[in-house]
Design a protein around this ligand. Sequence first.
Ligand code: UDP
Ligand code: MG
Length: 316
Amino acid sequence: MTKPVISIVCPCFNEQEVIHTFTDKITEILGETNFSYELLFVNDGSKDNTLTVLHDLAETDKHIRVLNLSRNFGKEAALTAGLEHAEGDVIIPIDADMQDPPELIHDFLREWQKGYDVVVAKRIDRSSDTLAKKITANLFYKFHNSIADVEIPDNVGDFRLITRRVVQAIQLLPENQRFMKGIFSWVGFKTSVVEYARQPRAAGESSFNGWRLWNFALEGITSFSTAPLRVWLYIGVAISTVAFVFGSAIILKTIMFGVDLPGYASLLTVVLFFGGMQLIGLGVMGEYIGRLYMESKRRPVYILEQDSKKTESDGK
Ligand code: UDP
Ligand code: MG
């Protein structure tokens, strides 16, 4: 039997300062494991020298392979590209910034050898995150899990081990808006959890600011639940019922006591309230229709400009 191969998949966007530290550390850890491995970096349209740094490393180390995307497609797309090209028997997606401790790979492999197809890393300590990020992340997991069809475990990121058959399952999902956390959960398989404390970034900056995180959260919710669309039926029914009862009361009152004119303020309030409600409902529909529209174009998730293993260009 041939030795299993480990593929490390690392999406990189403007990571020139950390790549060397990351590569040294990961090489050291993988050296301790006795498995063969490949280090697959996906350069996601970095604006700095990440690509040059990666190519220099690939020149000297045959374990390293570099996929270069034609522009910045976002982490989910970069990860998808990596998963599609990884050749190992087990695949480990990991961030370049050392926030995912490479030491955990030992625990991953141990769990995998026990027979698990998925080993996820759960953050037990988010002290490296700001308070706002902690609170919003928490709210997101609560809300998402209360309405989505598949639950995503809280405080679990993309850092994990998955076996080849999990990757094959992921590739069966054809959508091009790829919320990886949800996709990972959706495919299922026997999962083990190892815990760790999340480190601050080694250098550089997070690319996920408030607005990007908000959109990421929307993507997650709309990708895995239609509850926000469907809830309007019930809101509508509830409001119509109230309106019907209220209307009947007014008609009765008018018949019995005649018309009295005052009511401008309450009328305006009601008009504004329902106007607002309708716009919110339309907005939610807009979120879904927009995604439906983008999805209907069937565009590829990413364009590969160059693969250091093939060094010819092709599209996906
Ligand atoms: N990343 C990427 N494309 C992007 C944004 C980020 O490939 O458009 C990579 C980035 O290089 C890093 C990982 O995704 O390896 C996580 O990004 P980051 O550290 O900015 O996110 P955070 O850890 O703050 O969630
Ligand atoms: Mg990070």
